[in-house]
Design a protein around this ligand. Structure first.
Ligand code: HEC
Length: 315
């Protein structure tokens, strides 16, 4: 059998096709499948090993068979293998060129200093392509210039709408893309319990287990330095407090959904009146739409002082 593709092309090619197919069919997110799933890497390794092993075995068998052939058979084999692609039936079909023996039939009588010209027919592959182009051009002309099916602008708009829809679909099932604008206050017990756990692990050192405040401010009162309400609290925890204050951006450590839970937990502590709370800091937060509170000033006078000092520091 004549081998058209040599082994050093065949093996990488088959391997690449199989690997590509795996990447295509296995949904592995933004990481390649063979990194995300070690089993895939193992499979690919074994597969490559087998491919090479098969090549070696087949080659060895070929060699043994060849050495068993008689001189006559060896000659025949060499002849069969010397048939090149240019002489093949397929090539004939595509070009309809004349054999060298019959070239005289299509020879023109032009003679340029011994250089002669053949009048071969146009290769069928070329003619076919040419007619296909004409058909395409007619269909295109009628569809877009006569009927006016759609223009580029409409195509662009439709594609953008489609993508927008896909993005919306994606966001629905990707809760970890929680953002400041999307975040909502969670009130279910399970989420709050998880929030409490996150708080216990990460936040009590500065805010105290009862959130009454130590290094960080009291989180149980109505006064907020950086704004109250789920959106602001979520944002503060995500992005951190004012620089140099000690409240880091927790987005490096916590997932957005975890931040949502701990923010909801923090807000569930509103009005819990822990013992010896840190004096209120910041301004009283009034939920949008709610009636403004009557007394806007913090009760504790030291708190007012802190606010002044704090706002001086930021300047
Ligand atoms: C290293 C100490 C420290 C840790 C740990 C810490 N905080 Fe803070 N936190 C602070 C400080 C200090 C501030 C005040 C920031 C400012 O003034 O800008 C603050 C402010 C806040 C605020 C805003 C309060 C307001 O009045 O606007 C919230 C909400 C908050 N922290 C929640 C958390 C949560 C939730 C965690 C745990 C994930 C946490 N903090 C962990 C020190 C800390």
């Amino acid at each position: 059998m004549k081998k058209i593709i040599p082994a050093y092309v065949r093996v990488p090619l088959i391997f690449a096709i199989v690997m590509g197919a795996l990447e295509y069919f296995i949904d592995s997110g933004d990481k390649p499948a063979f990194i995300k799933y070690p089993m895939v890497a193992l499979f690919l390794g074994v597969f490559l090993f087998l491919l090479i092993a098969i090549e070696i075995v087949v080659d060895a068998v070929d060699k043994v068979t060849y050495s068993l052939l008689s001189e006559e058979q060896k000659k025949q084999l060499a002849e069969a293998q010397s048939v090149s692609f240019a002489d093949s039936k397929l090539m004939k079909l595509l070009t309809r060129s004349k054999d060298i023996e019959h070239e005289a039939d299509v020879m023109l009588d032009h003679d340029y200093d011994g250089i002669k010209e053949l009048d071969n027919v146009l290769p069928p592959w070329w003619v076919g392509l040419f007619y296909a182009c004409i058909v395409f051009a007619v269909v295109y002309l009628v569809r877009f210039h006569v009927i006016g099916d759609y223009n580029q602008e409409e195509e662009f708009i439709a594609e953008m709408e489609q993508k927008d829809k896909e993005v919306q679909e994606y966001l629905k099932t990707a809760p970890d893309l929680m953002t400041k604008d999307k975040v909502t206050l969670l009130t279910d017990a399970a989420s709050l319990a998880e929030g409490a756990n996150i708080f216990k692990t990460n936040c009590v050192a500065c805010h105290r287990p009862d959130a009454g405040g130590a290094i960080g401010p009291n989180l149980t009162d109505k006064y907020w330095i950086l704004g109250g309400g789920i959106k602001n609290v979520f944002n503060t925890i995500t992005e951190g407090g004012r620089s140099g204050k000690g409240m880091v951006a927790w987005k490096e450590t916590l997932k957005p959904t975890e931040i949502q839970k701990v923010a909801s937990y923090v807000l569930s502590l509103q009005g819990s009146n822990p013992k010896d709370p840190k004096p209120s800091e910041g301004e009283e937060w009034v939920e949008e739409g709610a009636a403004p509170a009557v007394s806007a000033a913090p009760v504790d006078s030291t708190a007012t002082a802190t606010v002044v000092v704090d706002s001086l520091k930021t300047e």
